[in-house]
Design a protein around this ligand. Structure first.
Ligand code: NAP
Length: 327
């Protein structure tokens, strides 16, 4: 039976399942994640690591953790781990696909609507005593119904965002590595080259993973190509956006606003200029944060660990070690 290190308290029955399978569970206490040093020390003593998106597991940590057989990330993204380096060392890396797309798409839409209709700015103003009368010119936003939505990265979440947009009778453009003819036909999507999507969209919603190809995908040239009335929504990863370029685009009014669930770094430091723009909505990486979804994600991470510590292959691998470490 194995020793499992979990980097944070998690909802649902994940810990119960691990214990019921006979494993000992070490839960990192407190609300903040372990420091890199504490993480390295804990991994060195563990057979399995249960991590979140803020736990950066380096190849050096994996090399030093001789008993570690699996890093089970409680997320669909896994840019906090190097799966190829882990595979070479015989360590499985797993994620939690298929359970968080709808919840994340809900949040992308919450952000889009909030930015389009000044929901956060007007709430803030109302609480500060700014509601003096009904104003014909106050908090004028932009219409979502009938507007053009540009989806970048048409995977599970991008598709779920697109499906919601059909109810708003939007024109839906998408750009992805591969065309999806079935979805084009089913949802009325239009494939667009990236420059055409940038120039033609009223809202751009990012849904790619963070990879070497997508890092800084939205930079100065891309913001310059957008409509000055357009709004950027990012629920993917902060690194997909060149944040300095975004700040400059907001300053120069090259774009009308942004709604960000992810930033660089996280947490976003309180002196970031992003906080100074009333037309920017910022949430603390909570797009998958419904109780049901986070519980299911945690349970999937536990299932992956139980499979590997039981001597099998995990259910949701993102790498494939040729010589997996044995239990
Ligand atoms: P997914 O199903 O793997 O979809 C990602 C899509 O991005 C794929 O369809 C892929 O395209 C496309 N893509 C990859 N590289 C691209 C590139 N260079 N240019 C254009 N498109 C590219 O993943 P998902 O479940 O939708 O999740 C997407 C990302 O959202 C995750 O990786 C994660 O980082 C982030 N996320 C964030 C939160 C949050 O809490 N904020 C929650 C969940 C996920 P093809 O299919 O065309 O090859």
């Amino acid at each position: 039976m194995g020793h499992v290190f979990i980097t944070r308290a998690v909802p649902g029955r994940a810990v119960e399942s691990l214990t019921a399978a006979g494993h000992s569970v070490q839960l990192w206490p407190g609300d903040l994640p372990p420091s890199p040093e504490a993480l390295a020390a804990a991994l060195a003593a563990a057979d399995a690591a249960f991590t979140t998106v803020v736990d950066f597991v380096s190849p050096a940590m994996l090399a030093a953790s001789r008993h570690l057989k699996i890093v089970a990330n409680m997320a669909v993204g896994y840019d906090n781990i190097d799966p190829a380096a882990a595979a070479e060392l015989g360590v499985w890396v797993t994620n939690t696909p298929g359970v968080l797309a709808e919840t994340t798409a809900d949040m992308a839409w919450a952000l889009l609507m909030a930015a389009a209709r000044n929901v956060v700015a007007s709430d803030r103003d109302t609480r500060a005593g700014g509601w003096k009368t009904w104003s014909p010119t106050g908090f004028l936003g932009v219409d979502v119904f009938g507007a053009t939505l540009g989806i970048v990265g048409l995977g599970e979440i991008g598709e779920a965002v697109a499906r919601r947009a059909t109810g708003f009778k939007m024109r839906i453009l998408y750009h992805s590595r591969t065309r999806k003819p079935a979805l084009e036909a089913d949802l009325g999507l239009e494939y667009a080259a990236f420059p055409d999507l940038l120039a033609g969209s009223d809202f751009i919603s990012l849904h790619t993973p963070l990879t070497p190809e997508t890092r800084g995908l939205m930079g100065a040239a891309e913001f310059a190509a957008m409509k000055p009335s357009a709004i950027l929504v990012n629920t993917s990863r902060g690194g997909v956006v060149d944040q300095d370029a975004l700040i400059e685009a907001l300053r120069s009014r090259a774009i009308a606003g942004a709604a960000l669930d992810v930033t660089t770094p996280e947490p976003l430091p309180l002196d970031s200029p992003l906080y100074t723009f009333p037309n920017v909505v910022i949430t603390p990486h909570i797009a998958s944060a419904s109780l049901a979804t986070r519980s299911r994600m945690a349970e999937m991470a536990a299932e992956n660990i139980i499979a590997v510590l039981g001597g099998g292959a995990p259910l949701h691998p993102v790498n494939r070690p040729t010589n997996p470490r044995h239990t």
